[in-house]
Design a protein around this ligand. Structure first.
Ligand code: F0G
Length: 350
């Protein structure tokens, strides 16, 4: 039985005797060893950290469990977040479990249907605004500054603390840190959290090395690459359709301290990595989550030599979050047959 993030990594988290401990089963997600894509990349080892296996289907649960625990510790019973979908699904789930009033602010028409379905099912109060994620976040920030409502976006430091446990799990699993870590970047909380996690484990002597971070944004929403806020971000990867990341400085710090880079991949590159991951490794993720592998493939294409590298790609969310794109993007191989055994056999077995 999974113990959850708060129990598994208690001594590394800001938990005291007044912090309530609970879990929906977050964390302990699989580090899947590549069988096929590793051959394309030509690296020593390639792993996918599949965060889509968290209880609400994304990495957000790791940080949400702690953010909600700390809100309860303070006696706060209302939480709010802005979201491109996954944060809201996670907040709504933990809010439901703990009996909190959860308000989510989301951009109209820009949230994948699976994520919206989750927030509705968990019973959150949903405010749909005619604006993008960045304006939703500024409304959420103002609400929480004027009312006793806990903001559970990743600018809440407890979110980052919880999310850093994914880095711990990688080191615990392979008994070292990888040479390279590829990760999708949107609001930039997760890249900051992973860097914090790897550094802490390194400083405590659990790993002898630190990974080089390769963050990837979508080309139409790549402020950290261009150095300029994007007023109208656009990409098929709706989870990372963000023009002004809240953790901008920390992402740059993770990039520079690790000696890495933050670059962008096009929607076409994201889609092709997304298909490859599902059809060659059995890992069905949402489009934004494939930005990490898309970046790795792009670097390989541009001539990088990875033969002596152990590489981890973070796969941030589950493919079921965005069924419309799955059906639209993927080359389906199905047909309609007569309702009898022979006609199906004739077509399929020859
Ligand atoms: N991948 C997925 C599936 C996400 O949902 C997000 C962010 C990211 C990557 C990027 O992580 O923002 O920490 O850099 N989703 C947020 C949300 C913004 O509202 O669910 P980040």
């Amino acid at each position: 039985m999974p113990q959850g993030v708060l129990t598994s990594y208690k001594q590394f988290l800001p938990i005291n005797e007044n912090t309530p401990i609970f879990s929906l089963g977050e964390g302990q997600t699989p580090l899947i060893k590549s069988r096929n894509i590793v051959k394309i990349i030509g690296c020593r080892e390639l792993y996918f950290k599949f965060e889509g296996c968290n209880p609400t289907g994304s990495f957000k649960d790791r940080g949400m469990v702690l953010a909600v625990a700390k809100a309860l510790e303070k006696g706060v019973t209302n939480i709010v977040c802005a979201s491109t979908g996954n944060t809201s699904a996670s907040a709504a789930a933990y809010g439901a479990y703990l009996g909190l009033k959860t308000t989510i602010i989301v951009p109209q028409g820009k949230v994948a249907s699976g994520k919206l379905a989750q927030a509705i099912a968990y019973g959150a109060h949903i405010a749909v605004i005619k604006g993008n994620f960045d304006s939703a976040l500024s409304i959420a920030r103002e609400l929480s500054s004027k009312h006793p409502i806990e903001l559970v976006n990743s600018i809440n430091p407890n979110r980052i603390e919880g999310q850093k446990t994914a880095a711990f799990e990688i080191v615990d699993d392979i008994k070292r840190a990888p040479e390279l870590l590829f990760i999708p970047v949107g609001n930039a909380g997760n890249i900051s959290a992973y860097w914090k996690g790897f550094k802490e484990y390194f400083e405590l002597g659990f790993s002898k090395e630190l990974p080089e971070f390769h963050g990837y944004q979508a080309a139409g929403a790549s402020p950290l690459v261009t150095g300029k806020v994007v007023e109208n971000p656009e990409t098929i990867a709706s989870a990372i359709r963000i023009g002004n990341p809240a953790s901008w400085e920390n992402a740059i710090k993770a990039r520079d301290e690790s000696g890495g880079l933050i670059q962008s991949v096009t929607d076409e590159e994201i889609i092709s990595a997304y298909q490859l991951l599902a059809s060659n490794e059995g890992i069905f993720c949402e489009p934004a989550s494939a930005a990490s592998l898309a970046g790795l493939i792009l670097e390989k294409k541009n001539g990088s030599d990875f033969h002596d590298k152990t590489i981890v790609c973070i796969v941030t969310g589950n493919g079921l979050k965005d069924p419309e794109n799955a059906i639209k993007i993927s080359p389906a191989s199905y047909g309609e047959y007569q309702n009898d055994y022979e006609s199906v056999e004739k077509v399929l077995v020859n």
